[in-house]
Design a protein around this ligand. Structure first.
Ligand code: A3P
Length: 280
């Protein structure tokens, strides 16, 4: 239980991200057509991955996260001949140099932090690869301090927001996907330079609905090497509620106040944070 996480450059990582791999990230050899699917944990990574995988003739291979595994990772990634879609929860600063130099396309998905916290709380409870957490109150304190896997939500989002206007970066909001999946799918496909018809988009939207994905997760065998999340390969742990605003069932009014104070302080210069005003 005590060594499921370890600290690297001040940030907590899962034991499934070896220190050797984290140390060698800058030796990763990016390809110009690589696509990175970036998020803070529990922001909708699996959802976007499923959307991309369902685009007809996309000609892509979805790999496991760049920070998942051991030093042999980059050899494994070299073996894919198709365009690679590579998930990661890394901050912009920790991302391999090469990806920035080659200006690979990056999709950053972000979700309102209260729902993200609640989702991550359940993940901590259900996922044997994460530490044991007793109560929501204890977890929330850790979350606010950034003492959770991949560090502070605030720092992660602020770090990515600095690059929001880079032309190779697309920012997608979980809430926007919930509101208009069709529009989000179109945005993603256009960003990747893939043509999809409206009827194909409708089909993708049906296949990537929460209920569809949850049902399929139960059927798919879990291959421990093929995972989108560096924290588990068990897809059954991923599809919990899939809703916007579930935080209201967890936060006491005091917890909300403390959260909002920190949010206001941390995000005072953040444009991106304004998207979340409707959800808090
Ligand atoms: P909840 O725990 O709130 O249900 P990630 O993929 O980054 O690990 O994020 C997981 C969160 O996204 C979970 O949130 C999960 O239910 C939600 N999610 C996954 N697929 C979804 C979908 N098709 N529609 C809505 N939410 C989805």
């Amino acid at each position: 239980q005590f060594n499921v996480l370890h600290r690297f450059k001040g940030i907590l990582f899962s034991a499934m991200s070896s220190e050797a791999l984290l140390n060698s990230l800058d030796s990763f050899d990016a390809r110009e057509d690589d696509v990175f699917l970036v998020s803070y944990p529990k922001s909708g990574t699996h959802w976007i991955a499923e959307v991309i995988e369902n685009i007809p003739n996309a000609g892509i291979t979805l790999t496991s996260p760049i920070e998942f595994g051991d030093i042999s990772k980059f050899e494994e990634l070299k073996m894919y001949s198709k365009r690679r879609v590579i998930p990661t929860h890394l901050s912009y600063d920790m991302l391999p140099m090469n990806i920035k130099q080659k200006q690979c396309k990056i999709i950053y998905i972000v979700r309102n932090p209260k729902d993200t916290a609640v989702s991550l709380f359940h993940y901590y409870k259900d996922n044997p690869n994460l530490p044991c957490i007793e109560t929501w109150a204890t977890f929330l304190e850790l979350f606010l301090r950034g003492d959770v896997v991949y560090g502070s939500w605030f720092d992660h989002v602020l770090n990515w927001e600095e690059h929001e206007n880079d032309k190779n970066i697309l920012i997608i909001f979980y809430e926007e996907m919930k509101e208009d999946l069709f529009k989000s799918i179109k945005k993603i496909a256009t960003f990747l330079g893939i043509n999809v018809s409206d009827s194909e988009i409708n089909k993708i939207a049906r296949k990537t609905s929460f209920s569809e994905m949850k049902n399929n997760a139960a059927k798919i065998n879990c291959d421990p090497n093929h995972t989108i999340c560096a924290l588990t390969s068990n897809r059954n742990l991923v599809f919990r509620k899939g809703a916007v605003g579930d935080w209201i069932n967890y936060f006491t009014s005091k917890q909300k106040r403390v959260f909002d104070e920190l949010f206001t302080e941390k995000m005072k210069h953040s444009e991106l944070a304004r998207h979340f005003e409707d959800y808090s």
